[in-house]
Design a protein. Structure first.
Length: 244
């Protein structure tokens, strides 16, 4: 399995050479190409990617807006996401259900619900191929069933909206927003995940010097026994014990 971060920018106005496009991750395995999330930046550009499938984490525009005019391949999403995308011109709609593994083009995806938004309920995906297991969750406050989600995971790919300050609001009994990177590194430490990459970058990261921020995150991770890297558009990774 090869991972290419085609986009790493969150829903912010700022954009740079390293963080130009909305967060999207391309998975390649056995000559199949799967895109996870397809924000507005990808509108009218999907055919050039020659995709076999698209998988969505949730329905916010920076994750699904590029599909408004349709998709040239099957699209997989939860029932809650499809409900919010009912006006989109997508013909081949496939349903994934939380905690029910689905094999998509030879790769197993298991959705785990996460707190992030009331208007666009989100999931993270435990993604498995032979000898490779990652967890991908670009938007969240926290993961439900976190221990099960992260058990045996080699690489966590998480939410880079904020480094240390929680971007969280309360709506009734629910929390919405984004957990900081430092909190997510702590989750990896507690659940034994050895490596973490952060994407969906917010202004605190996008407007700063990439090397300076990454150096700080590497130090924070090293103190907790987690190898940490900061994603940027075009970064390629082959998941494994020492991929970072």
């Amino acid at each position: 399995m090869r991972l290419t971060f085609l986009g790493t920018r969150g829903e912010i106005e700022a954009r740079t050479r390293r963080h130009r496009r909305h967060t999207s991750l391309l998975l390649e395995h056995a000559r199949k190409r799967i895109l996870i999330d397809c924000g507005l930046d990808w509108r009218n550009r999907l055919r050039e990617l020659a995709l076999d499938a698209v998988v969505l984490t949730h329905a916010h525009p920076d994750h699904a807006g590029g599909l408004r005019q349709g998709a040239p391949c099957p699209v997989y999403a939860t029932p809650e996401t499809w409900d919010r995308l009912r006006k989109f011109d997508i013909e081949r709609r496939q349903v994934v259900r939380p905690r029910t593994p689905a094999v998509i083009e030879g790769i197993t995806f298991e959705a785990f619900t996460v707190e992030h938004s009331l208007l666009a309920p989100a999931v993270g995906y435990r993604i498995s191929a032979p000898r490779q297991t990652i967890f991908y969750v670009p938007d969240l406050v926290y993961i439900h069933a976190r221990r099960e989600a992260l058990s045996g995971v080699q690489l966590y790919i998480g939410d880079g909206a904020s480094i240390s300050r929680p971007l969280v609001r309360k709506r009734g009994n629910n929390l919405i927003g984004h957990a900081p990177v430092l909190a997510q590194i702590g989750w990896c430490e507690r659940e034994g995940v050895p490596q973490a990459v952060f994407t969906h970058c917010g202004s605190e990261i996008v407007k700063a010097d990439h090397e300076t921020v990454e150096s700080r995150l590497r130090r924070e991770g090293a103190a907790r026994g987690v190898r940490v890297a900061l994603a940027y558009d075009g970064l390629e990774i082959v998941p494994g014990p020492n991929c970072l």
